[in-house]
Design a protein around this ligand. Sequence first.
Ligand code: KIV
Ligand code: ZN
Length: 501
Amino acid sequence: MGERLFIFDTTLRDGEQVPGCQLNTVEKIQVAKQLEQLGVDVIEAGFPISSPGDFNSVIEISKAVTWPTVCALTRAVEKDIDVAVDSLRYAKRKRIHTGIGTSDSHIKYKFNSDREEIIERAVAAVTYAKKFVEDVEFYAEDAGRTDNEYLARVIEAVVKAGATVCNIPDTTGYCLPQEYGEKIKYLMEHIDGLSSGKAILSTHCHNDLGMATANTMSGILNGARQAEVTINGIGERAGNTSLEEIAMILKCHKHIGIDTNVNTTKIYPASRMVSSLMNMPVQPNKAVVGRNAFAHSSGIHQDGVLKNVGTYEIMNPKDVGLDDNSIVLTARSGRAALKYRLEVLGVAVNDEKKVEKLYQKFLALADRKKEVNDDDILTLAGADSADNHAVKLDFLQVTTGMGVKSVASIGLDISGQKFEAAATGNGPVDAAIKALKKIIMKQMTLKEFTIQAISKGSDDVGKVHMQVEYNGSVYYGFGANTDIVTASVEAYIECINKFKN
Ligand code: KIV
Ligand code: ZN
């Protein structure tokens, strides 16, 4: 047994800040329970003062999980801390995560302040939080661009005030691995409370330049004993360090002598659950959890792997929970098989009515597609929530081809009333959306439209992610269908169903 690295998961806070990734409370509880099974030490459940939804999620997650510490984020502001304390009232183990920007740029432009006042505010926040909880983590926002000498003064002061964990975020993803490692080393060497074990350092790296994992590893190798990570590396802008990469690096490089409590066989189900609930596709070549992470395609590699798997494989797919006998379901598969497969993929469906509804959708898909794979099943499970929406697609017919204008006719059911319209366009999606806009005459603009590549055959389900701007807000929608034009219209309709007025 080596030294212990604590895993602090911020999928439900930093990860959930990404536009389009918002989860409702029930979904957040589902993710939190999965994180508990995965074995993370700390779950950052939200930023309670930011919205009633976040406040409520921290309350419900606190009730739902048994042993991981539940953490709530605050600014260095008493009101934030009061609200966070309130939201953590049911947590068996609780932590307040408070902090302030420490780089010159944050001090000058965000706070119009000076270095001494920032230290005072940091100490005041930690001292105040300590009145309510024993476990207080302090973050020095933009520590990556804060000069080491000043950063050490800030950290020294907050450790004296009682901080148990000091988070050194590379908020902008700017640092080089060597630079970040040196920062951690400098702090370890210059702050008594760290060498004496009164507090530990935590890494929190962003991936703007693709260095989040390298920076986190460099921090760990130089003394940090907590890593802040997210499932699939989701997070602000280019994302955060991904949990699965850090867990598997430490597992593959045993000689480092640092262990986590992560049950790595639960990584894949957690990755799938987060991707499906957050409608955030995992890039196929993503380390550890991407579709191609264990696929050997070149002849030379395949030949080597057949002779000895160790020639090209440094981890066993089973160690990350990839089940290579994945069952493919067909129209002849029963409800039990569908339910079992959903459970394997990390989606527990206990309500029999919901299983029945999913099963009927599954049969409809299996009629169109001979084999229904894991992606399809997760998509069906994710799309299930669309049922009680006011606007529904009744029918869609499109005529398109080369050298002709596309024509679409569409039927919508709006709160039980039927509407029909037709339009032409420069392509099938354009025609269909124009027809839809003849029925729903709102000033809305398509801002983003992504079609996820079909991977497994021409009969596969195509997935569409859309963002539509309406009345100053941007709404996110998702559609999945074997017909990509229908998927596009479904995504557009999902956005409309979310419009606030
Ligand atoms: O990136 C960052 O600095 C953060 C802090 C709020 C911890 O997310
Ligand atoms: Zn962050």
